[in-house]
Design a protein around this ligand. Sequence first.
Ligand code: GLC
Ligand code: CA
Length: 558
Amino acid sequence: MAKTRWYKDAVVYQIYPRSFCDSNGDGIGDIRGIISKLDYLKELGITCVWLSPCYKSPNDDNGYDISNYRDIMDEFGTLEDWQEMIDGMHARGIKLVMDLVVNHTSDEHEWFKQSRSSKDNPYRDYYIWRKGRGKDGKKPPNNWTSRFTGSAWTYDETTDEWYLHLFSKKQPDLNWDNPKVRQEVADICNYWFEKGVDGFRCDVITYISKEEGLPNGKWNPALKGDEHFTIGPNYHKYIHELNQRSWSKYDTMTVGEGQGITIDNAEEIVAEEREELDCVFTFEHQTQVDSFIVTVPKKFNLVKWKEIFSNWQKIPSNCQNSLYIENHDYSRSLPRYGKLEYRETVGKMLAISVYLLKGTPYIYQGQEIGMTNIDNFQPEDYKDQVSVKIYEICKKFGLGKIAIWALQRKARDHARAPMQWSDAKNAGFTTGDETWMMVNPNYVDINVEESEERPDSLLHFYQKLIKFRLGNEVIIKGSYKQYDAKNKKVWVYERALDNKKYVVVANYTDKQFSYTMPDELTKYEKCVVLLHNYEDGNNKIVKKMVLRPYEAIAYEIE
Ligand code: GLC
Ligand code: CA
């Protein structure tokens, strides 16, 4: 089937279903909750939803541990609810991209139950089993570590062997070298495509192929083994095969979570003619401030940030990158990149400077109203197993206080707090008395209802920006040029296509100062303000521009 590649002009909104909206008062978000907010999404203007996993799951990792790929998690509803949800999305011109978590399953998946039951079970080879090392086999088969701390292997008494899990021990890795596993994955994708799904966000997809012999990883203080399974030996073969058996048969979009993907290998991963993935998420900009999971927060460095985004703008036109600043795996963006006293100004500045670049934008639920981290979060409030594990390990070494300090800044939990709909009890997220995780107390001031009523809110700004962006060829495929790359305070770039030229100027600091604009940008006949996070001032580009805290402006010049 010929692909329309609709994702090149889409704006995606990520829903983390557990925290989006609860319809039945049990304190857990669900599908009928999503249905009740479809008009909100339509109003926001997004054209696609990425839904984090909603399949059957014992919720060891909030749905990223799937026990049945063809059914809906009990707490979230039924397949009928799901059908109503996707029909409601399609009726509003919104596509649905589901999460495809197939590097691993839940240990409660039927395949794994069979697999662990005996060495000659037909499902044995669906997973990766090995004998232990050492005289009595009591040492794990190699030194690989789980991304969620500890060894990547768990011993199983039934058959006296160990199984591999790059995440928690309740998330055993599938053995992609087994052709049956690969066919199962293609069948699962086709099952959902037949139901109308428009694509998949492919979870940790670059980890699927492990090097033969599973050799020990080189020394690394935290994560060992990466070099033996990140874009492993058969990665391309397996993804191409899956593309041929499933993804290419529908007008789909697939976006890969990009561990190990940089601008240097992006083409290998997503070039259209390879018929593998369509789009990619990089971690490059994210990890320079907030590395995935284990370490303490790093200091934001604008020069590096600009360099990474600018490099990604060089991606060839037969490839597609993604633009994001938040998702369910990181703390909220606002405190990371700016001071909270300027909360909405920072939010708008980030939106202008990142979403006018080339690539498919992703907005994470709550980002559009400027939700923040939870102040003073305490260890007992953490729900993410990773936060809990990190705290416990640190406490053992007398580092409990440092762990609390770090987690208060970077735990994944912050992004998973319930969506703040109104100033009603529990932020209007539920009608019940309890919520599965705490609501950020600042919901009284920061919520959708308040944002809808106030014309200058971040929410209205997002609506405007999305409208401006959709169908805009300058943004979708125009050229990119950065100015003053070494400037530590300001990001200045230009986007151009044919005779149209946009200029973006963004002050990433909380200070006001006079900025000398590059000469080339001060020569024009006409200058129009397209988007601006201050009410007035700076209505044209001049040689010396007084930029206020976090001021960002997009101009069109002629
Ligand atoms: C991805 C998901 C994350 C999950 C992990 C294991 O990184 O985004 O939430 O914990 O994979 O599935
Ligand atoms: Ca519910």
